[in-house]
Each structure stands twice: as structure tokens, then as C-alpha cells.
Ligand binder design. Structure first.
Ligand code: GLN
Length: 266
């Protein structure tokens, strides 16, 4: 058997099959073409067929290859963390626009560390603190900070639990899918950590906790920016509606969906 035979028989799309075969053989895309007729060992074939079968059963490509690109950087991912999404790059953009080069930034529920690492990479003199309630997620995030050569202070914390200082900017992509939402039973989400996706309630409880706790951990004038679900923008703006906050607004992702909302502490 060779790559050509495997591609012909692959039970998944040719693009996905190529990604998984290249990953399994540790070959480049070019090798995949130029060496497509070279015989593979039975062990190589078996390993590839196993990966293709797992993909057929729905496992996300990023978990099968162990990595995903985000904001131009490479991130290790495991089933302990959410797979970084392109729409979350909006949260990074908005954060970068609102921080000085030496800002103190808090990323809560960092998961793979995607947001914190991307921010720290763009602003090497900023002081970035990232938290997660999952020790396993923090392990992945630490690895990603190291591989992307950025300095981040990681803390095991249930939201603000261990945070005892103030920041110039707070960002978070918290679990915001409501319990029972059909999306949780579809596609990649079936394989992702439930605690990173859903609050097991209305979808707004983590967001509400973050907003309520922010005034004690944010400098006056500092921004709080939150990613949320496609239909939550007005509900999140409502939660900001108190005398504590000004400039309450939402921003659209590339699909035109209001995806991030935020405000400044008064
Ligand atoms: N953006 C993810 C999705 O809808 C959910 C991420 C989250 O809950 N923070 O697939």
C-alpha cells in the first residue's frame, strides 16, 4: 500500500485524509505528492487507517494531530482544552487595540492559552496573567507559552478566586453554551471538554460572574472584553448595564455575528 491507495480508499474527505496521512508519516505536503507511490510498511498503513477511522467517528482533526494554528501561532491541543476558534481572534484584536505596551492583562479560563499567548506575543512587555480551573488545561497552556516563547503567569483559579490585584484589561472566552443546546451534541463539540463549553445552565452564568467580579480587579478606565454566543450580545450588554460601566458595546466577527461584548470600568 502507498499514499495514493490510502487516499483513494479514505473514508473521509481528501483534504482531511491528506492532513492525517502527512501527520502520521511526519511527511510534508510536498512529500505526500512526490512519494505517493512509495510502499508503506504495514505498521504505517495501520496507524493511518486507525486515524482515518477515528476521524470518521467524529474526532476533531486538531485532537488527532495535536495542534491548531491561532493568530499565526501554533498551539498544542489535547481533549483537556477547547480547540482555538478563528472567531476568538476578534477578542485578541480588540484587546491589543486597548492596551499599552506594558499593560497588565488578565485572561480568565485560558484553556490552551490561545488568547493569552497571542496577546503576550504581540506585546512582549505586557504583564499577562492567565487562569484556569483545570490543572490539565494549564499544563497545555504552559507548554504553549514555552513553545511560543512568551512569559505568562499561570494561576489555578476558579474565576477571581486567587486574584488579588488589579489589571488594566481583563479578557475571557468563558463557557457560554446553555445546557441542552443541540450544538453540544454535534460535530467537534462532542469531543471537547464540556466544562469549557457550557455552564450547565443558561449559558450566561460564567459571563455574569466575570462581569460582577470585574470592578474589584480592574483599574478605573480599564476594559473588560468577553466572547459570547451568537445570540447573547444584548443579554451580555444588559449585564453591563450599571453605573459601574461605560462604553458598553458589541463587536462582530468575520461572519458578521456579534461575538464579543465589553465595557470600560467607570
Ligand atoms: N465558540 C465555541 C462554539 O460555539 C464555544 C466556546 C465557548 O463556549 N467558550 O463552538
Amino acid at each position: 500500500m502507498n499514499v495514493e491507495d490510502l487516499l483513494k480508499a479514505a473514508p473521509v474527505s481528501p483534504l482531511e485524509a491528506r492532513i492525517l496521512i502527512a501527520h502520521s508519516l511526519q511527511w510534508s505536503r510536498v512529500q505526500l505528492i512526490t512519494q505517493s507511490k512509495n510502499s508503506l510498511t504495514p505498521k504505517q498503513v495501520e496507524e493511518i487507517q486507525c486515524l482515518l477511522e477515528r476521524r470518521l467517528q467524529g474526532e476533531p482533526i486538531a485532537y488527532l494531530t495535536g495542534h491548531r494554528e491561532f493568530y499565526g501561532l501554533m498551539f498544542a491541543v489535547t481533549p483537556d482544552v477547547l480547540i482555538p476558534r478563528p472567531e476568538t481572534e476578534l477578542l485578541v484584536e480588540l484587546a491589543l487595540e486597548r492596551m499599552s505596551s506594558t499593560a497588565r492583562v488578565l485572561d480568565m479560563g485560558t484553556g490552551s492559552g490561545a488568547v493569552a499567548v497571542a496577546v503576550a506575543h504581540q506585546r512582549p512587555d505586557a504583564h499577562v496573567v492567565a487562569t484556569d480551573v483545570s490543572a490539565k488545561a494549564l499544563e497545555v497552556a504552559r507548554k504553549n507559552a514555552l513553545s511560543n516563547q512568551v512569559q505568562i503567569d499561570f494561576l489555578l483559579s476558579n474565576w477571581y478566586e486567587v486574584i488579588n490585584k488589579k489589571f488594566d484589561l481583563i479578557v475571557s472566552n468563558p463557557p457560554y453554551i446553555a445546557a441542552g443546546d443541540v450544538h453540544l451534541t454535534q460535530g467537534d463539540l462532542r469531543f471537547e471538554p464540556a466544562e469549557a463549553l457550557t455552564d450547565q445552565a443558561t449559558g450566561l452564568t460564567a459571563i455574569e460572574k466575570i462581569i460582577r467580579g470585574a470592578p474589584a480587579h480592574l483599574e478605573v478606565g480599564g476594559w473588560l472584553l468577553l466572547e459570547h454566543g451568537y445570540d447573547q450580545a444584548s443579554a451580555v450588554r444588559e449585564l453591563f448595564a450599571s453605573s459601574n460601566w461605560s462604553d458598553v458595546q458589541s463587536w462582530c466577527d468575520l461572519a458578521g455575528i456579534q461575538r464579543v461584548s465589553g465595557a470600560r470600568l467607570h
